[in-house]
Ligand binder design. Structure first.
Ligand code: UD1
Ligand code: UDP
Length: 405
């Protein structure tokens, strides 16, 4: 079986890594007589291209070298997506895979899915069913469209499955047990690439697997805390706050950005700096500000994954507009403030570990004090539901579904 992964942005490399491991394990254990061999091809669109946004993840997480790098680079949404489609289509025609796998909600996701569906190739969407219900977010458009042209919708949470149900998807697969709900939901949802109807499955969150697997490596190998003087030679830790911002809604709105920076400045002091690994999108903007508006905010380059895990693991609190970082804060049991007006990861809020404030300075400061006063601990998961993000075996479940096992 030939599967072709389409990735292009930092969080997609992190989601790809566990699946590559599962494929490697499968190939090592497979008996030619019983199991079909898998040929796995990685296509990198080139959406992210700086070393610290791309190659470092392939190196550290031992992801195989992409067979194709389409070197699309940065551009306006339409031109970037269009160029990706042009180049992806050529690869798909040449490779004619049995299944195309797309990840998350970036322009690379949508370009991959649209190119595949026009060629009638089945698509598996990892992280299907997420919704912010904010159609001004480019990611919301990307994920809604991708879901509706996918054959295999691989949801990370129960909420994501329910979101798809609301949109008329009727076949639900829960952890290997096919539950055909078509009689209860009279809305057959034809799959565009297939004769069969699409399959919706809750496979848990692949980033949860990634964090559990990588944290030990991070603790062993990362020197980031020492190099930022956050850990003394006597192994004492200096308290710090971690922040990341890269969403268009924050970076492209000067007032919002100003309001967030003012809140950070109030929180930060010499004994308690804000550590801010800056995505290139915001690094340029912050670089143009005069130092007095950054005070004790330490802007650093984007960091490799293991360093980021360690920075999150030891942070007093995390402020972010990233989807992945919100989840990782939860997995690592760190309190989080989400600098957006809504979140797709409502489980983190329900558990009391995340407060959604948007960019409003007063709300951010209030959330900060509430979180630290209450010292949140993730509520014990309801045993009947299990961990909201699954059992850290998503890659195996995904592979089984792809192989129809
Ligand atoms: C993209 C995704 C977003 C995801 C994020 C992960 C879309 C619409 N957005 O946002 O959902 O959360 O990736 O990080 O797909 N740049 C560089 N070097 C790079 C990459 C980008 O300098 O290697 C700069 C360029 O100035 C570029 C800007 O960052 O214009 C934005 O990059 P882009 O890929 O368009 O979107 P992201 O903000 O990274
Ligand atoms: N990340 C990283 N280095 C950084 C910032 C983030 O390795 O400097 C990781 C982070 O741990 C998470 C992922 O990148 O796994 C999140 O990506 P990002 O915030 O760029 O995108 P989003 O998740 O919002 O789509």
């Amino acid at each position: 079986m030939k599967i072709l992964h389409i990735v292009g942005a930092r969080p997609q490399f992190i989601k790809l890594a566990p699946l590559c491991c599962a494929i490697k394990d499968y190939s090592a254990s497979t008996s030619a007589a019983q199991d079909p061999p898998i040929q796995s091809i990685i296509v990198h669109t080139g959406q992210h291209y700086d070393y610290l946004m791309s190659k470092v993840f392939f190196d550290d997480l031992q992801i195989p070298e992409p067979a194709y790098n389409l070197e699309v680079g940065s551009d306006r949404h339409g031109r970037q997506t269009g160029l990706m489609m042009d180049r992806i289509e050529e690869v798909l025609i040449k490779e004619n895979p049995d299944m195309v796998i797309v990840y998350g909600d970036t322009n690379s996701t949508l370009a991959g899915a649209l190119s595949a569906t026009k060629l009638h190739l089945p698509i598996a969407h990892i992280e299907a069913g997420l919704r912010s219900y904010n159609r001004r977010m480019p990611e919301e458009i990307n994920r809604v469209l991708t879901d509706h042209i996918s054959s295999l919708l691989l949801c990370p949470t129960k909420t994501a499955v329910l979101n798809l149900q609301k949109e008329g998807f009727s076949t639900i697969l829960k952890k290997g047990n096919l539950l055909d709900a078509s009689e209860k939901i009279p809305l057959p949802h034809p799959s565009p690439s297939h004769d069969q109807r699409p399959i919706v499955a809750n496979v848990g969150d692949i980033m949860y697997e990634s964090v559990l697997f990588s944290l030990q490596n991070a603790l062993k190998t990362s020197r980031i805390l020492k190099s930022l003087n956050l850990q003394t030679n006597k192994n004492e830790f200096i308290p710090y706050i971690l922040c990341t911002i890269h969403r268009q809604e924050n970076t492209d709105d000067q007032q919002k950005l100003q309001s967030i920076l003012e809140a950070l400045n109030e929180i930060a002091d010499q004994e308690q700096p804000v550590i801010f690994p800056a995505h290139p999108r915001i690094k340029k903007l912050l670089g143009a500000l005069d130092n007095s508006s950054l005070n004790n905010i330490r802007i650093i380059n984007p960091v490799p994954y293991y360093d980021m895990l360690l920075l999150q693991n030891q942070a007093k609190i995390i402020l972010t507009d990233s989807g992945g970082v919100q989840k990782e804060a939860f997995f690592l049991k760190r309190p989080c403030i989400t600098l957006r007006d809504e979140t797709e990861w409502i489980e983190t809020v329900t558990a009391g570990m995340n407060i959604v404030t948007g960019a409003d300075k007063t709300k951010i400061l209030k959330a900060y004090h509430t979180m630290l006063k209450d010292k949140p601990q993730a509520k014990k998961p309801d045993k009947s539901l299990g961990h909201p993000f699954g059992t850290a075996d998503s890659s195996t479940l995904i592979l089984k579904l792809i192989l129809k096992k």
